[in-house]
Design a protein around this ligand. Sequence first.
Ligand code: 23J
Ligand code: MN
Length: 262
Amino acid sequence: MDANGRVLQELVAGLASGDISVVDLTQPLGPDTPVIDLPAIFASSPGFSRKTISRYDEKGPAWYWNAISFGEHTGTHFDAPIHWVTGKDLPNNALDTIPARKLVGPACVVDVTRESAENEDYLLTRAGIEAWEKKHGRVPAGSWVLLRTDWSKRKDAAGFLNVREDGPHNPGFHKDCLEFLAHERDVLGVGVETVGTDAGQAATFDPPFPAHAIMQGSGRFGLASLCNLDRLPSTGAVVIASPLKLVEGSGSPVRVLALTTA
Ligand code: 23J
Ligand code: MN
């Protein structure tokens, strides 16, 4: 066996011994899964729903199965470049054409729990990422940047969506940070614990929804409604985020797994 074969053998041995663990970054997907609240002038997304086809009954005596339906951007989900108008003409921009190679990559976890607790509209800036790099090293090309806010610990939908008279409030990224990650670090994309990759107040930003406009506009991805980021090291974890291969899909619910030795 060659050295590359041994890497995979060591991976399997590490999983068997528990030296490598699999952390599930996915929220349960069901009728109670919260859905993003857009300004009323825009169409809203349906949440998750389910109809039983049969359940060991006259409609299917030995089998149980359901028909499910949901908006593509429901629960823990993946944003493809075609989701945003800025990414609409890019090559391989939909779920059925994104190369499989891009569905696996290293993670950089940026902990802004303290800042987000103090200010629910906190935005990670370019300076914030540069401070993270001083401690943890340069953000590698092809990596996910995951924003740890502990927002996933808000278990009730109202607290999670945090909508007030002036719209939703939750932390996110400043446009300068997104430009830096896209064009100076060539990241795979950004992931968050909140309902979408953009900050709650991002409809009012210039450009509106900068995380979508800049990430999807440069062929990059998004992951929303992640959890268990508190179980990942700042660097070293490997993320597998593989959405459904929907023809011309703009996004889909996704089971996100992280391999870690921490
Ligand atoms: C459509 C419009 C605005 C936003 C979103 C979708 C999402 O967050 C999403 O799930 O992609 S902000
Ligand atoms: Mn989305």
